[in-house]
Design a protein. Structure first.
Length: 288
């Protein structure tokens, strides 16, 4: 018996990274999956996004768990597209019990007053409007079904504290906290829970293929930081050490499974009375 037997989870940003990990873990615990990703790049972002091939790999990983999966390419900020995804999911599975609004981007570089309008809009579209467009077609059906539900929104450590040269990212990640708090209050009487997760740096391509981000952490270097060099700088944000690891400093980043474990807890009945929570999974970075 899995902790999510009979449930269906809608996950955005599912082609790779945290989204793929969430799909795999929730499937392992018995959930069928609706996987959504843009599968295209955004001009000017500075690093590649997930691909159609990677989304197919997520499909294979879920099917290896003997679960069903509906995978669709869609822009999460496109209200009509996300409505179509939800409609297909209900036609295929008859229900959605869990929403993981995980899709995200991160451009580093300009100071607040130097950010282009296009890149400001891209961050807000993906990580604020995109969250709203993801939950919008699902919540009325959750209410109608009368079975409760769990909505889990991926914010960030930088949805709770600011950082230089990341104003658009911080603004979008702060915004979804307000959205989630309002939504949590609106749907509580229907037994639907809404919570946000706030990770510190995670071992994903959004960090390790993002050259401007790595260079922001290591401005002292005249070359692209190695994984070890990036880790040394990343660890300075965090407090928690792991005595079993070889690092001579705080843990530099989280594994995707660390976030998926938090998602699984919030998706399961183990958190049945938890709503409006801002869950920091951050190695103590918020209190440093």
């Amino acid at each position: 018996m899995g902790r999510l037997d009979g449930k269906v989870a809608l996950i955005t940003g599912a082609a790779r990274g945290q989204g793929r990990s969430h799909a795999r873990m929730l499937a392992r615990e018995g959930a069928d999956i609706v996987a959504v990703d843009l599968c295209d790049d955004i001009d000017g972002l500075g690093y590649p996004l997930g691909t159609a091939t990677e989304l197919e790999e997520t499909v294979a990983l879920v099917e290896d768990q003997d679960r069903r999966i509906l995978a669709r390419t869609a822009d999460v900020s496109d209200v009509a597209a996300m409505q179509r995804v939800a409609d297909e999911a209900y036609e295929e599975f008859g229900r959605i019990d869990i929403v993981c609004a995980n899709a995200g981007i991160c451009q580093v570089g300009p100071r607040t007053w130097e950010i282009t309008e296009e890149m400001w809009d891209a961050h807000v579209d993906v990580m604020t409007k995109g969250v709203w467009a993801t939950v919008r077609p699902v919540v009325p059906r959750m209410i109608e079904a009368g079975n409760g539900g769990s909505i889990i929104i991926t914010s960030s450590l930088l949805g709770l504290k600011g950082m230089p040269n990341l104003a658009a990212y911080c603004a979008a990640k702060f915004a979804v906290v307000g959205l989630s708090q309002s939504l949590a209050a609106e749907v509580a009487e229907h037994g639907i829970r809404v919570n946000t997760i706030h990770p510190t740096t995670v071992d994903t391509d959004i960090n390790f293929k993002n050259e401007p981000l790595k260079r922001m952490f290591r401005p002292d270097l005249d070359h692209s930081p190695s994984r070890e060099e990036f880790g040394e700088a990343s660890s300075t944000m965090n407090l928690l050490w792991d005595p079993s690891q070889p690092w001579k400093h705080a843990v530099p980043w989280l594994d995707v499974t660390d976030i998926s474990n938090a998602v699984l807890f919030l998706a399961s009945d183990e958190s049945r009375y938890i709503t409006g929570l801002r869950m920091s999974v951050d190695l103590g970075a918020l209190i440093k």
